[in-house]
Design a protein around this ligand. Structure first.
Ligand code: AMP
Ligand code: GLY
Length: 421
């Protein structure tokens, strides 16, 4: 089979390494891929949102199956465009990807179908939003409606911060069109859990749970990033919570999307908070999480490509989705200064014996040298029988990788270890 993967981050590298395990795969193209992915797939210089070129490429190269993993191509209809040309895809059509593309949509969906989430109001008029903020409970959470690279969420501790956030989104257009509508919601507390789930629109098969570390600095301080590290499974996600999530959140969401005529197929990401009153949805993503994928897929024992094809063919109920009974930790190595300002172009040295465990995100190849080319440069995942061992093994591997201005958090997994005792 000839496979095309749209995207070029650590998540796509993890997907590509996993589908290579399937013997039927003869060729993998990554659009655009990156300097590290080039070791595992043929990278083609076509951007992940250049839908017309992606479709032309897929048709010209007789692609058998396309895997679309980043949010923006999914939200703007990459799967729709490929399917129109008869190319089978992994990933939701844009009618379903709106579950991530519009927070106003997903919040209204949850309200309509009684799926537990934070209380909220949506506003498309700034003055209404500002007057609501005069009396609402504080802290409060302000969210831009559309995609904002994970930066469109402000937790306001004071009324002033809340109204500043609304003005910056709605008047100053800090997130462009994404902030024309805002959601203002109740501040929830509790441990966060990420659960990625395969679904074909009928059956939902959750993957092993995980925990992201979104803040830039140790102790969960500093700015929000795309994610500085992950562990799986997430010890806060007990069997009892898992059962409740299936009954109160996962199945109701799949059913709600069907009832709206927006059947979701692919990987649905549930960002959950385990509150005193049970699990609640913080956000949905219409795709694999990054860097959750880098811990979840290495733990997958079953064949990834067969599962993906089963979501397309609606045969997921008959397909095995099995995970190893082990623990994984992924530490992200970033460029110093990320997520604000950082330098690029430094040579990355990775010893041969740990290459298989490295998922490359922001790097390019130049004269056969791998150079840093982004904020998050790479992630290193190790698997062991306990979380504690997986964490030390990951940091051990990180210590063998070098590039100038490398920065990484030193406490990935520590919060998870606290839950274990
Ligand atoms: P999101 O982009 O929606 O995942 O939000 C980013 C982060 O903001 C989440 O991972 C949470 O840590 C935090 N957050 C979002 N919504 C809430 C909420 N209602 N209450 C408390 N924290 C929240
Ligand atoms: N790691 C969070 C996300 O992929 O959105």
């Amino acid at each position: 089979m000839k496979i095309l993967v749209v995207g070029g981050g650590g998540r796509e590298h993890a997907v590509i390494k996993k589908i290579k395990e399937n013997k039927e795969v003869e060729k993998i193209y990554a659009l655009p891929g990156n300097g590290g992915i080039a070791a595992d797939a043929e990278c083609v210089d076509i951007g992940a949102t250049d839908i017309e070129k992606i479709v032309d490429f897929a048709v010209e190269n007789d692609i058998d199956y396309a895997i679309v993993t980043p949010d923006d191509p999914l939200v703007i209809g990459c799967v729709n465009a490929l399917e129109e040309k008869g190319i089978k895809c992994f990933g939701p059509r844009k009618e379903a990807a709106i579950i991530e593309g519009s927070k106003a949509f997903s919040k209204k969906l949850m309200k309509k179908y009684h799926i537990p989430t934070a209380e909220f109001e949506t506003f498309d008029c700034m003055d209404d939003a500002l007057s609501y903020l005069e009396t609402c409970p504080i802290p409060t959470v302000i969210k831009a409606d559309g995609l904002a690279l994970g930066k469109g969420v402000i937790i306001a501790q004071t009324r002033q911060q809340a109204s500043d956030a609304v003005v910056s989104m709605m008047q100053d257009k800090a997130f462009g069109k994404s902030g024309e509508t805002v959601v203002i919601e109740e501040f929830l507390e509790g441990p966060e859990v990420s659960v990625l789930a395969f679904t074909d629109g009928k059956t939902v098969k959750p993957m092993v749970s995980s925990m992201d570390h979104k803040r830039a600095l140790d102790g969960d301080k500093g700015l929000n990033t795309g994610g500085m590290g992950t562990v799986a499974p997430n010890p806060y996600y007990s069997e009892a919570i898992e059962e409740r999530c299936m009954k109160e959140i996962f199945l109701p969401t799949i059913n709600a999307m069907n009832a709206e005529g927006r059947t979701f197929k692919g990987c649905l990401y549930f960002g959950l908070m385990i509150t005193e009153n049970g699990p609640k949805v913080i956000e949905y993503n219409c795709r694999f999480g990054d860097p959750e994928t880098q811990v979840v897929l290495p733990l997958l024992e079953s064949d990834l490509l067969s599962i993906m094809i089963a979501t397309t063919n609606e045969t997921l109920s008959e397909t095995e989705v099995k995970f190893k009974n082990s623990c994984a930790c992924c530490v992200i190595m970033a460029s110093e200064g990320y997520p604000v300002k950082y330098e690029k172009g430094f040579e990355i040295k990775i010893p041969e014996d740990i290459r298989e465990k490295v998922f490359v995100a922001g790097a390019k190849l130049e004269k056969e040298k791998l150079l840093t080319n982004g904020g998050r440069v790479l992630g290193v995942t190790e698997i062991r029988s306990t979380l504690r061992e997986a964490i030390s093994a990951s940091y051990e591997a990180v210590s063998k990788i070098s590039f100038e201005n490398a920065y990484y958090r030193k406490d990935i997994g520590q919060r998870a270890l606290l839950a274990e005792v």
